[in-house]
Design a binder for this molecule. Structure first.
Ligand code: ADP
Ligand code: ZN
Ligand code: MG
Length: 254
């Protein structure tokens, strides 16, 4: 089969840090770049007995993002515990939303290279807390944790697998970025990690059902996203042409 018989399928999970004054479940300042472990308290460091209190502004900002991306807003929404053990998260779970996200079934419009408009559907936007940050610089062979970012509010916007090229994925991310900046829910500074994407890619013969996806996590530049998608498309086509199928891989970076 020739390479032209394949098409790429791309879906993005986009994390945006919200520009609220305080964190999502405590009153610590939500600020980038402070001295390590200065904006912390018993809640965001998960001391025994500390309980989360939801920041109303986070809900307001997430609803704003949902309205700006044509989502319907759920009247009945809840948070869920997502267990994961990693030393950047003292609770050993993330407070996210599973089956009842705040916003669902939205879409945005992008312009493709041929000048046509294309609709990219949004499955959901939910709220969750960000993790702390591990520093792997040289501290005598140790890694040190900075919990200033633990509990920073995030919205995660999950697209349908509607993009068919790296260029469409870039246009979609640029569109989300400009919307979130315009409505002032996030500063979207990619170099500071305020906007980052998990990029899901698969390939298939045109007309076939969806293929096996790989997920490239925590990407924070347009250039690296475009390069990674194009590399991944070629790699997956090679695998299939070799008679092998792509094995799903999940990698945590950063
Ligand atoms: P998970 O947390 O397991 O990654 P999500 O539903 O949050 O699940 O996100 C899955 C993302 O992958 C969505 O953006 C979706 O559009 C995309 N996706 C799902 N199936 C495929 C596929 N076969 N190829 C490419 N992208 C896909
Ligand atoms: Zn706190
Ligand atoms: Mg994912």
């Amino acid at each position: 089969m020739s390479r032209e018989d394949y098409e790429a399928v791309i879906g993005l999970e986009v994390h945006a840090e919200l520009s609220t004054k305080t964190k999502i479940f405590c009153s610590c300042a939500n600020e980038f770049g402070g001295e390590p472990n200065t904006n912390i308290c018993p809640v965001c460091t998960a001391m025994p007995g500390a309980l989360p209190v939801l920041n109303e502004k986070v809900v307001e900002y997430a609803v704003k993002a949902g309205l700006a991306t044509n989502c319907s807003i759920s009247k009945d929404s809840k948070n869920d515990r997502k267990n994961y053990f990693y030393p950047d998260t003292p609770k050993a779970y993330q407070i996210s939303q599973y089956d009842k996200p705040l916003c669902e079934n939205g879409h945005v419009e992008i312009e493709t290279s041929d000048g046509n408009k294309k609709v990219i559907r949004i499955e959901r936007i939910h709220i969750e807390d960000d993790a702390g940050k591990l520093n792997h610089d040289d501290f005598g062979g140790e890694s040190l944790v900075d919990l200033n970012r633990a509990g920073v509010p995030l919205i995660e916007t999950v697209s349908k697998p509607d993009m068919r090229s790296a260029e469409e994925a870039e246009q979609y991310l640029r569109k989300l970025k400009s919307i979130f900046e315009y409505i002032e829910v996030s500063d979207c500074k990619m170099q500071e990690g305020s906007l980052r994407a998990d990029v899901n890619v698969s390939v298939r013969k045109k007309g076939d059902p969806l293929g096996t996806r790989t997920e490239m996590k925590n990407m924070n530049s347009f250039r690296s996203i475009v390069r990674a998608i194009n590399y991944e498309i070629e790699r997956q086509i090679d695998l299939i042409e070799d008679g092998r199928t792509g094995r799903a891989r999940k990698l945590k970076v950063g």
